[in-house]
Design a protein around this ligand. Sequence first.
Ligand code: ADP
Ligand code: MG
Length: 634
Amino acid sequence: MSTETIEFQAEARQLLRLMIHSIYSNKDVFLRELISNSSDALDKLKLAAYQDKDLGADTADLHIELVPDAEARTLTIRDNGIGMSRDEVVDLIGTIAKSGTAELLAKLEEAGGDAESQRNLIGQFGVGFYSAFMVADRVELTTRKAGTSEGVHWSSDGEGSYTIEPADDAPQGTAVTLHLKASDADDHVHDYADPSVLRRIVKTYSDFITWPVRMEVTVPAQEEGGEPTTEDETLNSMKALWARPQKDVTEEEYAEFYRHVSHDWQGPMETIRLAAEGTFEYQALLFLPQIAPMDLYMRDARRGVQLYVRRVFIMDDCEALVPEYLRFVKGVVDAADLSLNVSREILQQDRQISAIRRRLVKKVLSTIGSLRDEQPEKYETFWDQFGRALKEGLLSDPDNRETILSVSAFPTTHSEGETGGTTSLAAYKERMKDGQDAIYYMTGDSRSSIESSPHMEAFRAKGYEVLLLTDPVDEVWVDAVEGFDGTPFHSIAKGQVDLQSDEEKEQAKERQEEFAELCEWMAGVLSDDVKEVRLSSRLTTSPAVLVGDEADMTPTLEKMYRAMGQEPPKVQRILELNPTHPLVVGMRAAHAEGKDETETAELLAGMALLAEGGELTDPSKFVTMLAGRLERTL
Ligand code: ADP
Ligand code: MG
């Protein structure tokens, strides 16, 4: 195989251009990215060698090495880790295989020239290897996959293409050589061929890396006339952060570690530590990010917790340790008493792991709770980013339902809650009216469509607070969750509502009799679409409204089914009439005189459907009837 020149994928090219034209204010971080990749490669090799005794890899002295060359103006970052095959180089380095790249670029476009928001966006994404082009005109990579014999050489100037060719005598692992930009040499702070600059950057960003990061340094002669010698200096302390006493670790160290495990460019929102001793010994260091990753709500989003066993990296994305609804939590769990060969399947059934998981979930939830109590602004950001994911737990984790509800936030009709437009359920309960025995809510597409829905009329008139639930997941959990703190949830669009005073009830009873015949007749006329027609106590201004039975599917849920390509079972709803509305009053009178009001009944039902954002089964029939009516008023 000879040299091949390959074009970068269009997205990769665009992203590279953004990178090179200095989106980052701090170029030093390129080294963190490359060391982080090397560290991952060493983790992977160690694990692969455990799992496959016949791998034939050299694991004797696993380390990372920095080789600055001031004369040639290059810096090489080398590791003897897992390495890459030719196909992997093309896949992993030549393309940006991450999901969400296209969305990222679209958003970057939207953000326009605003460097700060571009930085934030890229930060959510993390560009890793490509950051090398911030400081280099040309990057070369030589690699050989552990256990194989063919090396690969890759080279690119980061413009449009790269070359790839076989490399015969490549050692196991990966070496990345940066041909440093001339402009950085003048400025001593950014001279990346200067050992003292490298020492400082490693100390700042990569001190906790568990593999030695070495650099050959010159030691002046000990005695007069002697020759200077060289020796390997280890630049990092290699101390696992989670094993050090909390008081000895600085915020900045936590933040760097977070960036390493999360591939996020920003710091964490919150750092969580927990540990247990005795029979089930473990330590955990967890983080809540500030911003949700692009793929949080995509299928198969990964979980962010890594498993270590006695400081040895075992796996990323450890689903046995965190439930899916907490997939945004990042960090590390180091368990003392597991086998290094443990598999995902075994972990799922391991009692120790499930005990850790339970504790971890409780701790994360209580951290969210204290955020709300102590730092409402942070909580608001958190909720905005991760609330939807957290609410999935209401369905998947019944044991923690009550706790999840208690740390959740809901928009309400009485807005300006304690966190800008949302309320906690505890606060809602405190505001409940005398005699109110349920937490009222309504689900829908948007806040405005719920607020203008006829279902809301009586609640608004009487000042009852209603939760406005607009996330798709809300449609589902409200059916599964019975109540909060002993108070049931009640949809204002379902069942009967009882907001009337005794006097009003008395009046309603009389009307019931008055309208009984009309209701019965209408139920017959509309029997294809509704199962019952009755008088309403929900309405003040609208003539009619459709409501469901307690167990019925809501119109929004029906729409969601259709959006997923499924036809939901047909639900027959209940038509409620407002007996004080002139249209309904007039209709009753006309019907009593023996006039045929079939068309009015159909129009009324159609209007009720439209008012709640529903879709008519026969829109053209409706329009024809309506046009006829209007014509007669002219
Ligand atoms: P990330 O580290 O977030 O996956 P990067 O752009 O930093 O993204 O790296 C892309 C991929 O290239 C890595 O996931 C890894 O598979 C591969 N890679 C990069 N550097 C090395 C290395 N030194 N050794 C082995 N594989 C590497
Ligand atoms: Mg990386």
